[in-house]
Design a protein around this ligand. Structure first.
Ligand code: SF4
Length: 119
């Protein structure tokens, strides 16, 4: 099974990251618009200049915007978490921000629950 935005040439080369993601992936993969990322939009080549990276990421996000499984893909990338590439319309840096907000909200909720339980 090909993963979303897995280049064809990588499909025959098992890697721990791809195997791990595949093992925990849901059926949403089969609907991914980016199943064959032959343009290399979703992952940065080495030593990519900033302007090129921003342009590539915006192009990847445009693909994600028309993907029917964007929500599932985004949650997968947040829960794994996937450390690289554009997933679910978010870059790795944007996912880190989302995860930090979630952790902060969970900590606030836990604190409020403890205060309420203490009376
Ligand atoms: S949301 Fe983007 S990265 Fe995720 S499966 Fe769809 S096109 Fe691929």
């Amino acid at each position: 099974m090909l993963l979303p935005h897995q280049p064809l040439q990588e499909a025959a080369v098992p890697s721990p990251r791809i195997s791990s993601a595949r093992d925990q992936a849901g059926p949403w993969h089969s609907e991914a618009v980016c199943r064959r990322d032959e343009a290399g939009l979703f992952f940065a080549p080495s030593k990519e200049p900033t302007a090129a990276r921003l342009s590539r990421e915006e192009a990847a996000k445009r693909v994600c915007a028309r993907c029917p499984v964007m929500v599932e893909c985004r949650e997968h990338a947040l829960l794994q978490p996937e450390p690289y590439g554009v997933w679910g319309g978010l870059t790795a840096a944007e996912r880190r921000v989302v995860l930090a907000r979630r952790r902060r909200r969970e900590a606030e909720l836990a604190r409020a629950t403890r205060v309420a339980a203490a009376g």
